[in-house]
Structure formats: C-alpha cells, structure tokens
Write a protein that binds this ligand. Sequence first.
Ligand SMILES: [Zn+2]
Length: 57
Amino acid sequence: MRCPSTSRLTDTGETIDEKLWPTAQIKGRKLTCAHCGSVHSWSKTDVVLGRPIRDHR
Ligand SMILES: [Zn+2]
C-alpha cells in the first residue's frame, strides 16, 4: 500500500495468491508504517500489487 503521509510504498507484510486476489476478503487491516511510524488501516483497494512488470515505462 502507499503511505498517506509520505506517499512511499509500504509492504503490508501479507502475500496473497494472485489467483485468490479477486475474491480475497480484505478489510480493516492495520499496518505499522516503516516510513512515518504511524499505524495505517488499509483495505483491498489501497494495495498496490507487487506483480513484476517489465517494459512498462
Ligand atoms: Zn505511513
């Protein structure tokens, strides 16, 4: 997810199978941010998928 304070990407520490992602139930998760030190709550829509993307710039 992206930190709302620093706009930097933060690892949620959770990995979800890409196949399960469309139906995954994710809500009300909390994360202690490594960048600003605050606890952020995040949900599925906040997550930036860590999928390797090439030749896309
Ligand atoms: Zn943060």
